[in-house]
Write a protein that binds this ligand. Sequence first.
Ligand SMILES: [Fe+2]
Length: 276
Amino acid sequence: MIIRNDFGEIVQLLVNIEVEGRTVYTMALYYADGLLIDTGPLSQRQDLKPFLDDLEVDLVVNTHHHEDHVGNNPLFEERGIPILAHPAAVPLINDTSLWTPQLLYYQRFLFDLPPSSKCQSAGDYIDGRNYRFHVIHTPGHSMDHIALFEEQNGWLFTGDLFRSVKVTHLRKNEDFDVTMASLENLLNYDFNTIFCSGGKIYESGRDKLREKIEWSKNLQASALQLSKAGLDDNAIRDQLLGAENLMGQFTEGDYTKLNMINAVLNSSFTAGEKRE
Ligand SMILES: [Fe+2]
C-alpha cells in the first residue's frame, strides 16, 4: 500500500509492504524541487507507478544501491530522466547482477531483484528547480551512501543512515563505527528537518541526531560494562535489547539485535574504549 503525504513543498511516498494483510516493511521515497530521492522496490512497481506519474521528476537521486531504493529506476531511465548516485554506487546500479546473487530470501521475497539502470556520478551539488542540494558522502549502512542537504530550507535527507533514534537491529554487513562517524559529520551542516528513508520526519532534526548518537554511545557503554562483568554476547543482548524477535529468523540472521551488540562491543567509537 502506498500513502502520499505532503509536507509543504515536499512529497513523501510511503511504501508499505504487506504480507497476509500485515505491514512487514516500510520505506519512503521523497520528491523535492524536481528531485525524486530513491525509486522504491520493484515488487511495488504496480502500486507506486500512478503516484510516481503524478510527480514532475527532473532528476532521480539514489541514496545508495540497495534493492529497495533503486528498483524502479528503469521507469525514469525509459523517459530519459537522469539518475544520479555516489560514484561507488554507479557500477552497482548500472549492473545489478554484480551483487544480486548474494541477496537473501527475504530480500528477494519482499523487494524482487532490482533491474540494472543507467546511472551517473553525482558531483558535490545537485541543482533542483529552485534550490541547491549538497551531496554528503555518509558511508556506514553501505559504503556508497549519500545524504542530501538543502541549506535554504534546512532539509536533510538521510536515506537509510538514520532510520530512527533507537536502532536495536543491525545488518551483518553494516559498519557501526563508520555509521557513527557519518552521523557526527552531519552535525557540521546547518539543517533542521530530517527526512528518513524509514518514513519518519523529524522537525527538530538536530536534537534527534544528537539523541541518536547519545543513545548509541550509552548502549555501547552498557554493553562493555556487562562484557567486563563476564556476560556473553547473547546475555548482553537479552539484558539491553531483549530477546531476538521474528525479524532475526525471517532475515536468516542478517538483521538482528545480536549483530548490534557485536558491533558496539567491537567498536572504537566511544573514547577509544573497546572490548579486550
Ligand atoms: Fe539500505
